[in-house]
Design a protein around this ligand. Structure first.
Ligand SMILES: [Fe+2]
Length: 311
């Protein structure tokens, strides 16, 4: 490995030297030609051949101008190539940073059974809701990505607060309220997520202004943040927490409906319902197409498999 990278370095250095020598050669050639033309023009002036002198000087100016333009054009092309290379390197670095953050989130989630897989579930729901609401493909894809790490700011909140079984005190809640802004600051360098970063910052805002960190209301809250809020809340309700057991999906959906439009955007809740029904129908279809043994017991009807009917 080391010898391979050493060979690559030596090759790169050699290439740089060749380019340097080639560049110097071009400069020497154009300076030489210009000097020769000027010398001829001076010689013509000495011989009092006015027309020849003017032609030689005009040709020299033309030659210098053409040579300069060619060099400028070559330099611009080279700068453009370097810019593209730097851009690709920056994008690679951003993707690497994103992967590192995602691994940190997954590792932290894995410590507690009630948070395990949370970010992936929320990302899936947020993306599906966005697709159902007709957001464009890029927005849906980016929202799916950012949703996986939207709560990374919770790392700054002590575990004793996050895992506290009872109600949080004022100071404890103040600490939790900071996490959307902390997440936003951590993710801000990821320019490829720029379009969907507001979802991170405002995902705890509520439609009536009772949310945090800024108390924004209605359309002040970006649509992507309203979508993430619904996916986040649904996942939180349908999984056990230290202070309460999980709700069945039907009850969680009813709770979201009850809390809208005051808390959640009703259109996002309706889109979530469509997503859940579509998943249920797909699951039912898969179950109906699997050949069963005639003696096999009938599957038990659980709240999670029950139809998410509208009330
Ligand atoms: Fe959050």
């Amino acid at each position: 490995m080391e010898s391979g990278s050493g060979r690559r370095d030596a090759k790169g250095e050699a290439l740089k030297r060749v380019k340097l020598v080639a560049g110097a050669g071009e400069i020497i050639r154009s300076v030489g030609i210009s000097a020769l033309a000027i010398a001829l023009a001076v010689y013509a002036m000495v011989l009092q051949e006015r027309n020849l002198a003017v032609a030689m000087l005009g040709g020299t100016v033309l030659l210098i101008a053409t040579s300069t333009m060619l060099q400028v054009s070559r330099a611009v092309r080279q700068l453009h190539r370097q810019h593209q290379t730097a851009r690709r390197a920056a994008m690679r670095a951003e993707r690497h940073y994103f992967k590192v953050l995602r691994r940190i989130v997954l590792a932290v989630e894995h410590r507690e059974p009630y948070t395990r897989g949370r970010s992936r579930r929320i990302a899936f729901l947020a993306r599906r809701i966005a697709e159902t609401m007709g957001l464009n493909r890029t927005q849906c894809r980016l929202l799916g990505l950012v949703a996986q790490i939207h709560d990374i700011g919770l790392l700054a909140v002590p575990d004793r607060i996050l895992n506290k079984p009872g109600r949080l005190g004022r100071e404890e809640f103040r600490s939790v309220r900071k996490h959307p802004e902390t997440s936003y600051r951590i993710l801000e360098p990821l320019t490829f997520l720029g379009e969907v970063l507001p979802a991170v910052r405002y995902h705890h805002e509520r439609m009536n202004g009772s949310g945090y960190p800024f108390g924004q209301q209605q359309d002040e809250i970006p649509l992507i943040a309203r979508i993430l809020a619904v996916a986040d809340a649904f996942d939180a309700m349908t999984h056990d927490r230290p202070h309460r057991p999980a709700l069945p999906p039907v009850e969680a959906l009813n709770e979201l409906r009850r809390c809208s439009p005051a808390g959640y955007d009703p259109e996002c809740v309706a889109a979530l319902e469509k997503v859940l029904n579509a998943r249920h129908l797909r699951a039912a279809h898969r179950a109906s197409t699997v050949p069963k043994h005639p003696d096999s017991p009938r599957p038990r009807q659980t709240p999670s498999t029950a139809r998410l009917a509208t009330s």
